[in-house]
Design a protein around this ligand. Structure first.
Ligand code: GCO
Ligand code: MN
Ligand code: MN
Length: 389
């Protein structure tokens, strides 16, 4: 059991809103009492192996609180963090809960709402900076529509761009040095959310004034809800140097937004994800944006938090075993055939390379006839995951 306890090197984080989730859903009220932020931090401390805790502004400081109360909340939270040796690596803004944001925040059709969203985000950035947060997440939960009858979506992207450009400059003006991480989601709570996938975000980032400050925060559940391969989206973010943060959880396709414990739904996909992150030496936060089943009390919430981290650690060990397994690597070598001369030719255009390629003879029939051992390789992967290998 002790074997898979995380060390602080893994940077496992949870949100105040994740372990603090009280189990409300559209069909029923809370099943767990609301804990205060210091109580949530104590709970995470008691689990062991947690690196940090993240928050939305209003998870910590209620929206209408007096300055004196705000100062007291901050003081108490700082003490709880120090007592439990926990960091705050990421902060974000709640731009979805208040009715003012019912038709969007940065992309609202109402100038007053857009301006208020900027004001609220600047204050939330100030709050995160007080705790040393270095990543600032933007999840546009209400940025979208049920019906496109009311707003021009292209105008929405323009407004979102203006807001991010403004906030990049604000971060620089305050010397916060935040790295912004944009989180996509296809739907929920809106019928249709703008910039629905990580790929959309990556393209959008290149249209900003300070693209180097901005990356992505992909979430397992979000691409999975859309029926897409999450690992491939993370791979594209890694390839672009834009994987600034990651939200881990699990989700069955075609269902409501489940936010299950990491690895709870699709262990094979979770394995390929952990292997990708390990192979590419991802060293950022591993944030569990998930919550315990509604059946649980707070002991169950502790089991949930432990389970997220243990599954990650176990899959990391499996990835190392996969990479060290001779039979698996021999099969991969059959799939990944290297020809140094051809690789040199295709690695960059030159008139000589083009001419050389044009006259090269390929045995197309032999290439097509060659069997690729995916069946054996995938079965070996399954046996490794099932613990018989
Ligand atoms: C969701 C999102 C959120 C965001 C969070 C941080 O589906 O509700 O994943 O949990 O990650 O608001 O920005
Ligand atoms: Mn989510
Ligand atoms: Mn998320």
């Amino acid at each position: 059991m002790a074997k898979y306890l995380p060390g602080k090197t893994e940077k496992f984080t949870f949100g105040l809103w994740t372990v603090g989730n009280i189990g409300r859903d559209p069909f029923g009220g809370p099943v767990r009492e609301q804990l205060t932020p210091p109580q949530i931090v104590d709970l995470l401390g008691s689990v062991g192996g947690v690196y940090g805790v993240n928050f939305h502004d209003n998870d910590l400081v209620p929206i209408d609180v007096s300055p004196a109360k705000r100062a007291q909340i901050i003081k108490d939270f700082k003490k709880a963090l120090a007592d439990n040796n926990l960091q705050v690596p990421m902060a974000t803004t709640n731009l979805f809960g208040d009715p003012a944001f019912k038709d969007g925040a940065f992309t609202s059709g109402d100038s007053r709402v857009r301006a208020y969203a900027l004001q609220k985000t600047m204050a939330a950035m100030d709050l995160g900076a007080e705790f040393g947060a270095s990543t600032y997440v933007f999840w546009g939960g209400r940025e979208g529509a049920e019906s496109d009858a009311g707003k021009d979506p292209a105008e929405g992207f323009k407004r979102f761009r203006e807001a991010l450009n403004f906030l990049c400059e604000y971060s620089m003006s305050q010397n916060y040095n935040y790295r912004f991480a944009l989180e996509s989601k296809p739907n929920e709570p809106r019928g249709h959310i703008y910039l629905a996938t990580t790929g959309n975000m990556l393209a959008f980032i290149e249209t900003l004034d300070y693209p180097e400050m901005v990356g992505v925060n992909p979430e397992v559940a979000h691409e999975t809800m859309a029926g897409l391969n999450f690992t491939h989206h993370v791979a594209q973010a890694l390839d672009a140097g834009k994987l600034f943060h990651i939200d881990l959880n699990d989700q069955e396709p075609g269902r409501y937004d489940q936010d299950f414990r990491f690895g709870a739904a699709n262990i094979k996909q979770a394995f390929f994800l952990v292997k990708l992150l390990t192979d590419h030496n991802y060293t950022g936060s591993l944030h569990f944006d998930a919550h315990a089943y509604r059946t649980e009390d707070y002991d169950g919430v502790r089991e949930f938090a432990r389970g997220c981290m243990r599954t990650y650690m176990i899959l990391k060990e499996k990835a190392q075993q996969f990479n060290a397994n001779k039979e698996i690597q021999a099969l991969r070598a059959q799939i990944n055939v290297t020809d140094a001369k051809l690789d040199a030719l295709v690695s960059g255009f030159s008139p000589v390379a083009a001419a050389e390629l044009k006259k090269t003879k390929f045995n197309r029939q032999a290439l097509g006839a060659r069997g690729l051992p995916y069946e054996r390789l995938d079965q070996l992967t399954m046996e490794l995951l099932l613990g018989v290998k």
